[in-house]
Ligand binder design. Structure first.
Ligand SMILES: [Zn+2]
Ligand SMILES: [Zn+2]
Length: 375
């Protein structure tokens, strides 16, 4: 176990490749993990395409979503819950926020830490094992870790280490969802689906999904959504009219934008009531969006953004999975496309095309397990 097969990006034009990296001796506070499952994020597609040249630093080990089993530790014996970290414990980990900068220490917003690059963003000098598309991964001393139940599917856990924990953090930044609330979710990718599931589980009176394509929305068939709009077969005006009709003309109490494109921002604002909360999680583009700021003020709408998450939000995410994974049939998100490390480029391609909702990479399998093999 001196070498790790690891996906490294050294050149945007050449794309990712698998290399054998030496597994170094652990520094104090580090944990060596064998990655059980890693999942592909839209962000990985952007990083590999060179769309974030200022934020990503080559060479880098790819992947920021994942879970794994403890192989060795140097001085870490318990997780944030006080549970023992022993050989074989399944864990998840937050990014290595420094804990010492203004954002971490004074503003108490470590997710905008000024001194850290997240896992999967590089740099990975001398093959540092700081990405999850790898047999082995090293959790840095700054990262807080949480043990997770072995009853949970590692692929689903991995998907929750980005999308669901992001939703859990975001939900703390607006007033709690009330039983009388009408909630609109824009976007039916993993973040949007998790946001809708969390809104339903929170007891919202009505949850309305705007997404697509139609096949993607079928996962919500049994969720009890109030309405589910396919953006490919409905217009902005039709969707707005129906949501206003269902909210006595006021608009939704809470809108959660998880869609991404610039156009989604104003669609969300258009269906938000006066004084409502607008949670912006999706926006990922280079356009400048024109907003009626006078209308925003007069309508006293609260626009709130949220980035990444702390370990407390991972804790909430894992608790949510334990209780609700079956209720919302969440395994559907991760069961369609499985890859080994040699096919990371294919995994990125099906993420980019939208063919897969959440491609899964099994770094230690030559032949990735199919549905049901892991149970
Ligand atoms: Zn992600
Ligand atoms: Zn910091």
């Amino acid at each position: 176990m001196n070498l790790s097969r690891t996906v490294v990006l050294t050149d945007y034009a050449a794309g990712p490749s698998v290399v054998d990296l030496r597994v170094p001796d652990l520094q104090p506070g580090e944990i060596l993990v064998e990655v059980s499952a890693a999942t592909v994020c839209g962000t990985d597609v952007h990083i590999a395409a060179g769309n974030f040249p200022q934020l990503a630093t080559l060479p880098l080990v790819m992947g920021h979503e994942g879970t794994g089993r403890v192989v060795a530790t140097n001085g870490r014996s318990v997780d944030v819950n006080g549970r023992d970290l022993t050989l074989g414990s399944s864990i998840v980990w937050a990014h290595p926020w420094c804990g010492h900068c203004f954002s971490c220490a004074i503003a108490e917003e470590p997710t905008i830490c000024e001194n850290t690059a997240g896992y999967g963003w590089g740099p990975s000098p001398e093959g540092r094992l700081n990405g999850t598309f790898s047999e082995f991964f090293i959790v840095s001393p700054e990262s807080k870790v949480l043990r997770v139940s072995d009853r949970l599917d590692p692929a689903l856990v991995s998907s929750a280490t980005c999308a669901l924990r992001t939703v859990m953090h975001a939900m703390t930044r607006i007033p709690r969802i009330r039983f009388s609330d009408q909630v609109v979710v824009l976007g039916s990718g993993p973040v949007g689906l998790y946001a809708a599931a969390v809104a339903v589980a929170s007891g919202a009176a009505g949850v309305h999904m705007i997404g697509g394509p139609k096949e993607r929305l079928t996962i919500t068939d049994e969720w009890g959504l109030a309405t589910c709009f396919d953006i490919f077969s409905s217009t902005h005006d039709e969707r707005r009219a129906e949501i206003l009709d269902r909210t006595v003309g006021r608009g939704a109490d809470v809108v959660i934008e998880c869609a991404g494109p610039a156009v989604a921002f104003n669609e969300g604002l258009d269906v938000l009531r006066r004084g409502g909360s607008y949670l912006v999680l999706g926006q990922a583009h280079r356009e400048t969006v024109s907003v009626n700021t006078t209308g925003l003020k007069v309508r006293q709408q609260n626009v709130v953004t949220s980035l990444s998450a702390e370990i407390v939000h991972f804790h909430e995410a894992m608790s949510f999975l334990e209780r609700y994974a079956d209720r919302f049939q969440l395994a559907q998100m991760v069961e369609s496309h499985h890859f080994n490390l040699d096919h990371v480029s294919d995994a990125l391609a099906v993420m980019r095309s939208g063919e897969a909702m959440k491609p899964v990479i099994y770094p230690t399998y030559n032949n990735p397990p199919r549905k049901g093999d892991l149970s």
